[in-house]
Design a protein around this ligand. Structure first.
Ligand code: ADP
Ligand code: MG
Length: 267
């Protein structure tokens, strides 16, 4: 069973773009009062993510990456289509069921770290477990362990602003690791970091993933980063899948001119 399965996902934004939106074969949309071209952020996207792989979603700004990832963890309801996490279609769950599944199975790492400024590094790393109701002693112990994994042993009592950007994002990663979910979603998690720090973080993520076997869905607008990290890469263009393949397949056998043009810029 794949860890995550997205099938024929559409997400259409717009005041009148509710259930009654009609999807036309040419990719346009007609809303219930007949307007064409309702804004679609994600159009007919399907893929499966295997347990233990890094699946990268790569696309330019505005291509629908964040919209897609928000549908994968149930923060946004798709206009149509399904999202299965370990075989459960989360689009059919109640709010409470969804929150329970999400806190057990999925962690997020955000571009701008999303740390609490007045809480210590340790408390920030323990936050995912706090949401799940894990007792204080246990969650601090798991958080301490996770901070060790990302190289932040000794920094537990500091506040986020006393850390560099790279270190703050390590806290974000430690929070996801402490929560001990099988799936980690990372939305442009390294995009705010300096190039050298960014390379360090990429290497560290690959190391951690090799030992911990997490299923990681990693979003980036940077094809070089996608190539370095992805077991497989999904290239999004204007909300649609342009190609899904390994770095080698995308480099050597781009599915279309759009992907080929990206590949020219790879280091
Ligand atoms: P990315 O993360 O790849 O930059 P997004 O998923 O944020 O792309 O956005 C995809 C498209 O959907 C963009 O055109 C964006 O303007 C539009 N969009 C995103 N969120 C909303 C929203 N809440 N309402 C209307 N349009 C939105
Ligand atoms: Mg985004």
């Amino acid at each position: 069973m794949p860890a995550v399965r997205a099938a024929q996902l559409y997400k259409i934004f717009g005041k009148r773009a509710s259930r009654a939106v009609q999807l036309l074969s040419d990719g346009r949309h007609r809303d219930e009062i007949g307007h064409l071209n309702v804004t679609a952020a994600v159009i007919d996207v399907s893929f499966e993510v295997r347990a233990g792989e890094i699946f990268v979603v790569m696309g330019l700004s505005g291509s629908g990456k964040s919209t897609l990832i928000r549908m994968l963890n149930g923060l946004l309801e798709p206009t149509s289509g399904s999202v299965e996490i370990d075989g459960t279609d989360i689009t059919r769950l109640s709010g409470a069921e969804l929150r329970r599944l999400r806190s057990r199975k999925i962690s997020m790492v955000f571009q701008h770290f999303a740390l609490f400024p007045h809480r210590s590094v340790l408390e920030n790393a323990a936050y995912g477990l706090e949401v799940r109701g894990v007792a204080r002693e246990e969650r601090l112990e798991q958080a301490r362990h996770a901070l060790g994994l990302v190289g932040l042993a000794g920094w537990e009592d500091r506040l986020p602003h006393q850390l560099s950007g790279g270190m703050q994002q390590r806290v974000g990663l430690a929070r996801a690791l402490a929560a001990d979910t099988d799936i980690i979603l990372m939305d442009e998690a390294f995009s705010a970091l300096d190039p050298l720090i960014r390379r360090d973080m990429q290497a560290q993520l690959l190391e951690l993933q090799a030992t911990l076997g997490k299923t990681i869905i990693f979003i980036t607008h940077d094809l070089n980063e996608a190539m370095r990290l992805g077991d497989r890469i999904c290239v999004l263009r204007d909300g649609r899948v342009a190609q899904i393949g390994t770095a080698e397949e995308i480099l050597n056998d781009p599915a279309n001119d759009y992907v080929a043009q990206f590949v020219e810029d790879v280091d």
